[in-house]
Design a protein around this ligand. Sequence first.
Ligand SMILES: C[S@@+](CC[C@H](N)C(=O)[O-])C[C@H]1O[C@@H](n2cnc3c(N)ncnc32)[C@H](O)[C@@H]1O
Length: 198
Amino acid sequence: MSPGKKLQQTKPSHWPQEIQYIQASRYHASVLPEIRQFIIGAVSTTCGQFSERCRSWVIIRVISNISHPACGQRGLFAAKKIPPRTRLLDYIGEIHCDDRPNSDYDLSLYRTQDGVNVGIDASTMGNEARFINDYRGVQKKPNAAFSDARTSSGELRMSIWSSDTEIKKDEEILVSYGKAWWRERYGVAADIEHVVDT
Ligand SMILES: C[S@@+](CC[C@H](N)C(=O)[O-])C[C@H]1O[C@@H](n2cnc3c(N)ncnc32)[C@H](O)[C@@H]1O
């Protein structure tokens, strides 16, 4: 069996049935060839191996703590102690250039000089990263952050990195979605409900 086939078969535990599990980016038709080429970079056969290796840092859990604002949903947790400034995993989904105003799983990847926004939407397909929650109402501050980086094969990705402090085993991995993300969804109510401070 080829390594590529093996990657597609192993879904993580607590993965929802209705969502396609993927470990390599998919490209939507709205991505023009020149933009696609820029994002892909110089592709080699190592594509996907980073995702497979870094899977061991994180696990998906269903949140049962009633004081958690996303109780009943899923979250991403540390499978073991994570050192500071570690690249945990890449946010994998459908790369697109069309608007996805109704997606809660759409992340900005890149903006071209002509003002075209390239996003990664994991609403219907993605990897573990789609389950990362925002820190608001859970912890005082995030313990991880998004930062873009190219893979060894050259593809531009949005990666999740641990912050300056070690993350303990079983701790929830939390980022900041940013003020704009909450305001777009909840307007002024976001300021009241979630203390939109960063
Ligand atoms: C990218 S998803 C995160 C994964 C989600 N919990 C799940 O199980 O699919 C974003 C959604 O998670 C929920 N969420 C994440 N962080 C939250 C927070 N701090 N407070 C309330 N809801 C949160 C919201 O419903 C939001 O629309």
